[in-house]
Design a protein around this ligand. Structure first.
Ligand code: DC
Length: 205
């Protein structure tokens, strides 16, 4: 059975939690596509040119534990503006999306470019302030030193770069269901997302 759930949205809107929750609830595989761009960004910080870093990406690059730092977020968002980097990562994502047993992919361009045929498309969003607060909590809990104001600045800069780029910008697909998590608990956001998936699965021919 092939069944793809495409989840897009800006940083820290809750895509990761919702994607993992859907994958668990329905027994689907999950790919956080941001990790691919983070791994490429990480390698560029180590001196590898972006196109080469993307074309030679290995599983061990994606498994690194230092991909969530602010400098890697920034590098990822920068390499993600490059068409050569994006093109190198398409086939892997599409193969993952059509794997047997169902797949959830989360990112920025999954419903628009990677899987325009996805059975379910969700656009998960929240206000910049709410997202910055969540990201700041995550960073400080992980022991990073950051002010909430600087995290908000980073979030807005990344939103602008992700949304304004020419190739595969962040935007909701025309047929995506938008879920604003600004005032939702994790449980309620996940329940709403699961109910969209459930309805579409039940109504399949
Ligand atoms: O989802 P994330 O914050 O881990 O993503 C890191 C960066 O990667 C983000 O700023 C934009 C880029 N990205 C992208 O351009 N396309 C995707 N499908 C996923 C992430």
């Amino acid at each position: 059975m092939q069944f793809t759930v495409a989840i897009d949205g800006p940083a820290a809107a809750g895509k990761g939690t919702i994607s993992r929750g859907i994958a668990e609830a329905f027994g689907f595989a999950h790919l956080d596509t941001g990790l691919l761009y983070r791994a490429v960004g990480r390698r560029t910080l180590d001196g590898t040119p972006p196109a080469i870093a993307a074309a030679t990406l290995r599983l061990r690059d994606i498994a690194r534990t230092d991909l969530r730092t602010p400098d890697v977020s920034d590098a990822a968002s920068k390499v993600a503006t490059r068409p050569d980097v994006r093109a190198a990562l398409v086939a892997f994502q599409r193969d993952f999306a059509r794997r047997d047993g169902g797949a959830v992919l989360d990112g920025r361009d999954i419903g628009t470019v990677i899987c325009p045929e996805a059975e379910v498309k969700l656009f998960v969003t929240a206000s910049a302030e709410v997202r910055a607060h969540r990201r700041w909590l995550e960073l400080t809990e992980a022991g990073h030193d950051a002010t909430e104001a600087s995290v908000l600045e980073d979030v807005i800069a990344r939103d602008t770069r992700d949304s304004d780029r020419a190739d595969a910008p962040l935007k909701a697909a025309d047929d995506a269901v938008t879920l604003d998590t600004s005032h939702l608990s994790i449980e309620d956001a996940l329940e709403q997302a699961c109910s969209v998936v459930r309805k579409i699965r039940e109504n399949r021919p």
